[in-house]
Structures are given as structure tokens and as C-alpha cells.
Design a protein around this ligand. Structure first.
Ligand code: 5GP
Ligand code: MG
Ligand code: MG
Length: 183
């Protein structure tokens, strides 16, 4: 096996590069329409949202600015607890800005729910959320996500920014890891 072939560690590709591209373009068209008369500040959540942000921003026709935040969720095991620590705060002042949080995936929704409350307190003119992927559990959380790319099965996925132990973010598709990788 070629040690450089990251894709060889997947048992299944769920979304190809082309499918992701098409979905990003769909989201961008709706966002362009909704923000036609407003400048939007895209807030990317590091590190997972890097790919979504880069592609979404380039698919938009509107003027945008971009800023980044890094948060870490204190969790026991694999589930996030909803207790969040800011590792890197925004550079931008959100007062009176139209802010759109850009996320890779919402699972429990706890991280984003905390983030939304936190950013809301900074006085933005508007605050919305865009996520490429959403899992079924997230639907149970009382958080209004205006732009959702795809609702996906309740499986652990990697690629297109999403990691396993910091690897696989550079895959251009999204898929399921082969058991031999983590066993
Ligand atoms: P939540 O607070 O919604 O449970 O957690 C959201 C974060 O958990 C995401 O931003 C992402 O970093 C991570 N996460 C949730 N589901 C997955 C997944 O299927 N694969 C990967 N790689 N990360 C995930
Ligand atoms: Mg994320
Ligand atoms: Mg991760």
C-alpha cells in the first residue's frame, strides 16, 4: 500500500469532492441572496471549518471579511460536554456586524450552542450559523441553524477538515475510517 495515500484508510467515501463542491455552491447562492445588501463577517471555527470556509468564501459573490476562533470543548471521552474554553478569540469587534458562523459539522450541538450565546453577547446586528454537515442528535438541541449543507448518518466521519487525531483533514472527500486505523 502506498503510505502517502490517505484515502486508502477509508472503508467508504460518503461524499465526494464534487458532491461537496456542489453543496457549497448551493449554500453560497442562498447566502449571497440573503446578504445581498449587507457586508457579512464569516467566523470560522478552527480547525475543522478551514476547508468549508475557504471554499464557501470563494463561492460567494458578496463582499465578505473572515475571522477565526478556536474553541475546545471539555469532554469526557468522545462526547462534548458543552463546557467550552476559548483557545483563540476573534480579532474583530462584532458590534453592529452581520455575523455568520461557519462550521464543519454539528453533532450534539453543544459547542455551537455555547458559541452562539457567547457571540450574541457581543452585540452583532445579526448572527446566523452555516454548517456543512449536521448529525441527527443536533436536531434535538434548541439551536437555530439557518444554513445546513447535508444531514448525515450518525457515524464518525473524517476528511475535508474533519480529523481523527489531527489526521485526515486534508482529504478532499468525506468518509468513514477503516477500523484498522483506530483499533
Ligand atoms: P458538538 O458540540 O456539536 O457535539 O461537537 C462539534 C465538534 O465535534 C465538531 O466541530 C467537530 O470538531 C467534532 N465532531 C463531531 N462529529 C464529528 C465527526 O463525525 N467526525 C469528526 N472528525 N469530528 C466530529
Ligand atoms: Mg467544528
Ligand atoms: Mg476534531
Amino acid at each position: 500500500m502506498d503510505a502517502q495515500d490517505v484515502k486508502a484508510d477509508l472503508t467508504e467515501v460518503l461524499y465526494t469532492k464534487d458532491e461537496i463542491d456542489a453543496k457549497i455552491r448551493e449554500l453560497a447562492a442562498v447566502i449571497d441572496r440573503d446578504y445581498a445588501d449587507k457586508d457579512v463577517l464569516l467566523v470560522g471555527v478552527l480547525k475543522g471549518a478551514v476547508m468549508v470556509m475557504a471554499d464557501l468564501a470563494r463561492a460567494l459573490r458578496s463582499h465578505v471579511t473572515m475571522d477565526w476562533m478556536a474553541v475546545s470543548s471539555y469532554g469526557s471521552g468522545t462526547k462534548s460536554s458543552g463546557v467550552v474554553r476559548i483557545l483563540k478569540d476573534l480579532d474583530a469587534d462584532l458590534m453592529n456586524r452581520h455575523v455568520l458562523i461557519v462550521e464543519d459539522i454539528i453533532d450534539s450541538g453543544l459547542t455551537l450552542s455555547w458559541l452562539k450565546t457567547n457571540l450574541e453577547s457581543r452585540g452583532p446586528a445579526s448572527l446566523e450559523i452555516c454548517t456543512l454537515f449536521r448529525k441527527p442528535d443536533a436536531v434535538k438541541v434548541d439551536i437555530d441553524v439557518k444554513y445546513v449543507g447535508m444531514d448525515i448518518p450518525n457515524k464518525f466521519v473524517v476528511g475535508y477538515g474533519l480529523d481523527f487525531a489531527e489526521k485526515y483533514r486534508n482529504l478532499d472527500c468525506v468518509g468513514i475510517l477503516a477500523p484498522h486505523v483506530y483499533q
